[in-house]
Design a binder for this molecule. Structure first.
Ligand code: VNL
Length: 390
C-alpha cells in the first residue's frame, strides 16, 4: 500500500513536471538565427547578431506573454550547413521562425524547408531578386541588387560617365547587379564595354583590374558582397586606376560601412547607390547607431546590421499581432504589409511579393571629422524590386 502510493506519487510528479515542461515550451517563442559567424562572410554574421541582440535588449525578451529565445547557429556560409542547421531547428527545436541567411545560396538551400515545415523565413542579408520566389514563407528585410543598381545607372550618364566596365562576383546577386545596371545604362545611352565576373570564394582582383586599366572606361561598376570591398579598393588604388582617370562606382556593398573607415583616401569621391548609410541623418538612425556602437565596442553598424535589426522588428510585431496563435501561417500573414520607420528610412514589406520596398540613396564617400562616410546626396523614393515580374 505504502509502495503503491509512492509509485502513484512518482507518476503524478512526473506527469506534473512533463505537463509543466509542455507549458513552459508553449510559452517560449523560438527564433532560429543562422548566420556566417566564421569564414569569408563572418563580418555579416557579426553585424546581424549584434543588431538582433540590440533589438532584444531595447524591446525586452517577453512578447505577447511569450519568452523570446534566440538560437544562433554558424553555417560558415556553406549552403549544405545552412540546410542541415535549418532542418534541425525546424524539426528538433521546432522554432517558430527561421532567420538570417548571409548569402544567396544559403537562403535558396533553406527555402524548401521553410515551405515544408510552414515556418516563416526572414531573410536579413541575402539579396538576389529571385529569393522571395523560392518559398511563399520567405519575407525579406535586406534589399535586392536590382533595387540598388538601377538608380546608379540613371545617375551615371548624367554625370559624365558614358562607358563602363562591370565587375561582379560570379553568383546570384552579382549577376543581378550586372544585368540591371547594364540594361538601364544602355537604355540611358551608355555603353558597357566589358562584363567581368570574379569567383565568390577567395577572389584575386588583380588580373581583372589590369584588364579594366587597359580598357580605360570612364568608370568601373563593382558589386562584391559585404566584406570584400576593402580588397577591391586597395588593389584599385595600388594599380593607380583612379589616377588613370577611371572612376569607381557600384552598389553600396563595395563601400561597406563595416570597412569604409579603413579604406583610406582612395575611397574618397566614390559614388554608390544603396539603401543604408551609417551616416543617414535621421533621428531614428542616430539613435540606432549610438546604441549599436555603445553595445559593440564602437563597431560601426552597416547595412547588414540594419537588415537584422528590422528583421527582428518584423518578427516581434508579427508575434504581438497574433499573440503566437495560428502557427507559421498566421505569423507570416502578420509579417506581410508591415510599414515602419527603419534606421535606413521608411520601409514597407509588400504583402504581394513579401519583399522590402524602400528608398535608394545616391551617396558619395566624404571625409568628415577625420572619418570616411557614405554621404547621401539624392534619394529615389519607395523603390520596389525591379526584378519582380508581378
Ligand atoms: C549577398 C548580397 C551577400 C549582397 C552580401 O554580403 C551582399 C548575397 C555577404 O545575396 O549573397 O553584400
Amino acid at each position: 500500500m505504502h509502495k503503491r502510493t509512492f509509485i502513484q506519487a512518482a507518476v503524478a510528479a512526473t506527469m506534473l513536471s512533463t505537463g509543466g515542461l509542455a507549458l513552459a515550451q508553449d510559452n517560449v517563442f523560438k527564433i532560429g538565427l543562422i548566420l556566417p559567424m566564421t569564414g569569408q562572410q563572418a563580418s555579416t554574421g557579426r553585424q546581424i547578431e549584434a543588431a538582433a541582440r540590440l533589438y532584444m535588449a531595447q524591446n525586452g525578451d517577453t512578447v505577447a506573454g511569450k519568452k523570446v529565445q534566440l538560437i544562433l547557429k554558424d553555417d560558415g556560409s556553406v549552403p549544405a550547413n545552412t540546410r542541415r542547421l535549418a532542418q534541425e531547428l525546424a524539426v528538433n527545436d521546432k522554432v517558430n521562425v527561421l532567420a538570417g541567411m548571409g548569402i544567396t545560396p544559403s537562403a535558396l538551400a533553406v527555402a524548401p524547408i521553410a515551405t515544408q515545415s510552414k515556418t516563416p523565413l526572414v531573410v536579413m542579408a541575402a539579396a538576389t531578386s529571385s529569393i522571395t520566389e523560392a518559398s511563399p514563407f520567405i519575407v525579406r528585410t535586406s534589399f535586392t541588387l536590382p533595387q540598388a543598381s538601377v538608380g546608379l545607372a540613371d545617375w551615371a550618364p548624367k554625370n559624365g560617365i558614358k562607358t563602363v566596365v562591370t565587375l561582379v562576383s560570379d553568383y546570384g546577386p552579382g549577376l543581378d547587379a550586372e544585368k540591371y545596371f547594364k540594361d538601364r545604362f544602355l537604355f540611358n545611352g551608355g555603353k558597357v564595354v566589358e562584363s567581368l565576373r570574379v569567383p565568390l570564394m577567395s577572389p584575386d582582383f588583380a588580373p581583372f583590374l589590369q584588364k579594366v586599366r587597359d580598357l580605360k572606361p570612364d568608370a568601373l561598376f563593382v558589386f562584391v558582397p559585404s566584406g570584400a570591398g576593402a580588397a577591391v579598393m586597395k588593389q584599385f588604388g595600388e594599380r593607380g586606376m583612379d589616377k588613370a582617370g577611371i572612376k569607381l562606382i557600384g552598389t553600396g556593398d563595395v563601400t561597406d560601412d563595416d570597412q569604409l573607415n579603413d579604406m583610406g583616401d582612395v575611397a574618397l569621391g566614390v559614388v554608390t547607390s544603396h539603401h543604408y548609410s551609417t551616416f543617414h541623418p535621421s533621428p531614428a538612425n542616430k539613435k540606432f547607431v549610438a546604441e549599436f556602437q555603445k553595445a559593440n565596442k564602437n563597431l560601426r553598424p552597416n547595412f547588414m546590421a540594419v537588415g537584422g535589426y528590422d528583421g527582428m522588428r518584423v518578427i516581434y510585431e508579427a508575434l504581438k499581432k497574433t499573440g503566437g496563435k495560428g502557427g507559421g501561417e498566421a505569423l507570416l500573414g502578420a509579417m506581410k504589409g508591415q510599414i515602419f520607420e527603419s534606421p535606413r528610412g521608411p520601409i514597407f514589406i509588400d504583402a504581394q511579393t513579401r519583399d522590402v520596398v524602400q528608398n535608394i540613396y545616391l551617396r558619395k564617400v566624404e571625409k568628415k571629422d577625420g572619418q570616411l562616410w557614405n554621404v547621401e546626396f539624392d534619394v529615389i523614393k519607395d523603390v520596389k524590386d525591379p526584378g519582380k515580374t508581378k
